[in-house]
Design a protein around this ligand. Structure first.
Ligand SMILES: C[S@@+](CC[C@H](N)C(=O)[O-])C[C@H]1O[C@@H](n2cnc3c(N)ncnc32)[C@H](O)[C@@H]1O
Length: 348
């Protein structure tokens, strides 16, 4: 197959720049996940530069390439596009391979029902909060009982796909003061009723209180003053066993990280870059969960993946990811984030 193979772990500066140029020029640049990029370069000048740089940086094999549009097209048909997996192309009863390292746009219940049992090591997610946030597609103002019943179905599917000892981390916040509901208690009760073991409650302190807020309740009076949570919760559960088995060589947390992350008060600023989404995770939050609770090579799922923070951080830390979101717009942002990371040589 006349294409260029590049060791992604060894991307030099020139090569990074050229890959960026290739992406911008719309050249067919296709990449696979086994630590190598495989790209077809049709423009003779760009191809020449690529060959020179590869030789210069001593990376990858230099193929005998002429223009290979047909081969590239064949390859594109044979290989699904990088990371993307249309939900309607998923098999009814899929093997793990159909889902791994994929951005899947679809309803999470529909998608998860096609997954096999017990192959996910950790699910990290933040469901819609049901407080009227404007998401691209989802109606975020359901009747509260209906909302909980819907979440319960999602947790049941999640528990099914988790390996024994697998973890589920749910980020949620209490609802607004006007209609206060301790939704994190209700979710914890649901999951415990299903037999999951509650491991911990992390308090994510976002320090996001606006200085200009006005919702004081009864100002300077005990008549009806309001306290507003300036934090969110991350509730962590395990399936059947506290222990997640794995190769100790794949435990990659540093001693300093282990000590810091094991203190459950996590002071992490809310994400400042919205990336076209009303509520993206900060990467640091996901980094801590992934490093603390999973081994390298584990599978990490986010069934309400939004703009892909879990997918990006999982790939960056050498975990496999599964991203599901109902919004094509958010899935497109996720794909762009993954591709950008790849072009910068930050993945794998
Ligand atoms: C709180 S946001 C998650 C944001 C995400 N943590 C991030 O970093 O961008 C919840 C997401 O759930 C998605 N969603 C809502 N209903 C869904 C469904 N039935 N299946 C899959 N995703 C859904 C929304 O589109 C939204 O992006």
């Amino acid at each position: 197959m006349p294409h260029v193979k590049i060791e992604l772990k060894r991307l030099g500066t020139q090569l990074k720049q050229l890959l960026k140029q290739l992406r911008e020029s719309g050249e067919p640049l296709l990449v696979t996940r086994n630590g190598q990029a495989e790209c077809f370069v049709l423009d003779p000048e760009l191809h020449g530069s690529l060959v020179d740089i590869l030789a210069d940086e001593g990376n990858g094999s230099v193929p005998e390439v002429s223009s290979v549009r047909e081969a590239a097209e064949d390859y594109r048909v044979a290989q699904p596009p990088l990371f993307e997996m249309p939900a309607d192309a998923l098999p009814e009863h899929g093997t793990p391979d159909a889902f791994l390292d994929r951005v899947i746009c679809g309803d999470c219940l529909d998608v998860m029902r096609r997954m096999p049992d017990e192959f996910v090591h950790m699910a990290i997610t933040s469901p819609p909060y049901n407080i009227g946030v404007h998401y691209d597609i989802h109606d975020d103002q359901m009747d509260y009982d209906e909302y909980l019943a819907w979440l319960k179905k999602v947790w049941e599917e999640t528990a099914r796909v988790l390996v024994p000892g697998g973890r589920l981390a749910v980020n949620h916040a209490p609802t607004s003061i006007k209609n206060f509901r301790p939704v994190h208690y209700d979710i914890a009760a649901q999951l415990r009723d299903m037999g999951l073991i509650m491991r911990t409650e992390i308090l994510w302190y976002k320090q996001s209180m606006s200085a200009r807020r006005t919702a004081w309740g009864s100002w300077k009076s005990p008549r009806n003053p309001h306290i507003i949570p300036s934090w969110e919760y991350v509730l962590v559960f395990s399936k059947r066993s506290w222990t997640l088995e794995g190769d100790p060589h794949n435990a990659d947390i540093t001693p300093d990280e282990f000590v810091r992350f094991s203190d459950g008060f996590w002071h992490i600023a809310a994400e400042s870059q919205r990336k076209g989404h009303p509520a993206p995770f900060p990467e640091e939050l996901i980094y801590r969960l992934i490093k603390f609770y999973t081994y390298r090579g584990n599978v990490v799922l986010d069934m309400f993946g939004g703009t892909g923070t879990v997918a990006v951080v999982a790939a960056r830390t050498s975990r496999r990811f599964i991203h599901i979101d109902i919004s094509q717009e958010y899935c497109n942002v996720t794909l762009k984030r993954l591709e950008a990371e790849l072009a910068q040589g930050q993945l794998f």
